[in-house]
Design a protein. Structure first.
Length: 94
């Protein structure tokens, strides 16, 4: 069951952990992204990562997951694409 199939969860309340991803995996992915960002801009390890990510126009992992989910939800609700998800949204509405 997808989180947006549950009537008590609104799309903007969905976070990466509510999608069933363990916090340990999210943390691991964030550490990898941080290392890659520092490598791209050649920043020292002691440098704060938020300004580095902003300079690259990168979202943090949890923000990226939420953005992708919300943009896909918007696409399904405003168009008929992708068809397999549009079909699911019609079934859950009835």
């Amino acid at each position: 069951m997808l989180p947006f199939d549950r009537p008590h969860i609104r799309p903007y309340d969905i976070s990466a952990t509510s999608l069933g991803l363990p916090k340990s995996q999210i943390t691991c992915l964030q550490l990898i992204q941080n290392s890659l960002a520092r490598a791209v801009v050649q920043a020292p390890k002691s440098c704060h990562i938020t300004p580095v990510l902003r300079s690259l126009h990168w979202l943090k992992i949890t923000e990226r997951i939420e953005y992708k989910l919300l943009s896909l939800t918007y696409k399904v609700l405003t168009t008929t694409q992708p068809p397999y998800l549009h079909h699911l949204s019609l079934e859950s509405a009835s």
